[in-house]
Design a protein around this ligand. Structure first.
Ligand SMILES: [Mg+2]
Length: 416
């Protein structure tokens, strides 16, 4: 038994501004990310960091109240941590997967600090010291104050991709679609391929397309440099059917997000590439386990982004560093952020890659001044409805969608 027992859990919601609002099939990120930072303190004075998406009183309270379950828990006992708060049958009534992930991150951070090694070095050891990323292109509303940052036309999209390639070195570009009608987005995707002919591409409309539209879109892009076709339609049966018509690997972060679904996809293959999210899967270790299953059954693996600050990004980097079968550039929203809460500010991309932190544990520390500033911003602005579009009050999509945004509408919606 080690002496490194959990003694305190603290959760702090923060809001960090984005360069511009990011549009997606269900609404938008309204010009900012809201994230909850988690700090786990141990009896012998260590502090480990975690993070998950969203925030508010319920998230803070729900996280901090887990101390009643975890006071005295040895941080090295990661398997028992899973059963202590995330028992799969008890979780039918109380799903704590994301909070479990944040606490797992913090425990791994503490273990690493105590042992003096980075998380990736004790979770199997690194097979790479840096992780390559895709550009993650969004249609964006202009910033309501400056008017800058709009991406609505094919020309603006190609300009965004070229600018990101010039500044960060990306060689892979992911287009988040599902905003405009499929044929308009097809013309945008084709413009990207023409404008960046050496680079690789991927398209993700967040399941918004009908099977018919997805077949038409998929066949039209078959000759391009596609990594994969991500969640064009909703659900494994439709994804499976799509494979009869379109010769591009499919990928998902929506319908294979746990081990039961992974088993179903092995038994009857619907999707070729599993996008592993350190939060959705409940931690870095579940992602590494899932990557092992994927390796065994010949499924591809890539790193998913659900919107991250530096703590979460560190978990993605350590996971990416140890998974040998990582066949694709990772996704990150990170470059859309204007700042970060970690010491040293935003991590830097070099040649489209970010170096895996070397310091013990996750290798990142919170900058107290930044945390204070962005917690204040959270208190000032509050949350935002991720599944609403600030430019279309009262709107909501169907699945498959038919209520597309109008690409001729150059509105600059207010965001509060
Ligand atoms: Mg996706």
């Amino acid at each position: 038994m080690s002496t490194t027992m959990i003694e305190r859990i603290r959760a702090t919601p923060v809001t960090v501004p984005l360069q511009a609002p990011l549009r997606h099939s269900n609404g938008a990120h309204w010009g900012r990310f809201v994230r909850t930072l988690v700090e786990v303190e141990t009896s012998d004075g260590y502090v480990g960091l975690g993070e998950f998406g969203g925030g508010g009183e319920a998230a803070t309270q729900g996280t901090e109240s887990l101390i009643e379950y975890l006071r005295g828990h040895d941080v090295f006992r990661l398997e028992s941590l899973r059963f202590a708060i995330c028992n799969p049958t008890a979780s039918l009534y109380n799903n704590r997967t994301q909070v479990h992930a944040a606490i797992e991150f913090a425990c791994l951070d503490i273990i690493g600090q105590k042992l003096g090694v980075s998380v990736s070095e004790f979770l199997g050891g690194r097979v790479r010291d840096e992780v390559e990323f895709a550009s993650y292109l969004f249609f964006r509303y202009p910033d309501p104050v400056t008017g800058e940052g709009e991406v609505r036309t094919a020309e603006q999209l190609v300009a965004q991709a070229r600018a990101l390639k010039a500044s960060h070195g990306f060689r892979t570009h992911k287009l988040k679609g599902g905003v405009f009608a499929p044929r308009y987005e097809l013309s945008c995707y084709q413009a990207l391929a023409a404008g960046l002919p050496q680079d690789r591409l991927r398209y993700d409309p967040n399941c918004a397309l009908s099977l018919g539209d997805a077949i038409e879109f998929g066949r039209a892009i078959e000759p391009l440099n596609n990594d994969y076709y991500e969640d064009p339609v909703w659900g494994m049966p439709q994804l499976s059917r799509l494979r009869d018509f379109v010769r591009i690997p499919t990928a998902t972060n929506t319908v294979v997000v746990n081990f039961e679904q992974l088993a179903a996809n092995v038994a009857q293959r619907a999707v070729d590439v599993i996008l592993l999210d350190t939060t959705f899967w409940g931690g870095i270790r579940p992602c590494i386990k899932a990557a092992g299953v994927c390796e065994t059954f010949g499924l591809g693996v890539a790193v998913h982004s659900s919107g991250e600050l530096g703590v979460q990004l560190a978990t993605m980097l350590h996971m990416g560093a140890v998974v040998p079968n990582l066949g694709y550039a990772a996704d990150a929203h990170y470059h859309h952020l204007t700042d970060d809460v970690i010491v040293g500010g935003k991590m830097r991309y070099v040649d489209g890659r970010i170096a895996v932190p070397d310091a013990p544990g996750l290798g990142v520390k919170l900058d107290p001044e930044k945390v204070r500033r962005y917690h204040e911003l959270y208190r000032e602005l509050g949350g935002y409805p991720y599944d609403r579009d600030p430019g279309r009050p009262g709107w909501y999509p169907l699945v498959p969608n038919e209520r597309w945004a109008d690409p001729a509408d150059g509105a600059r919606p207010a965001l509060r």
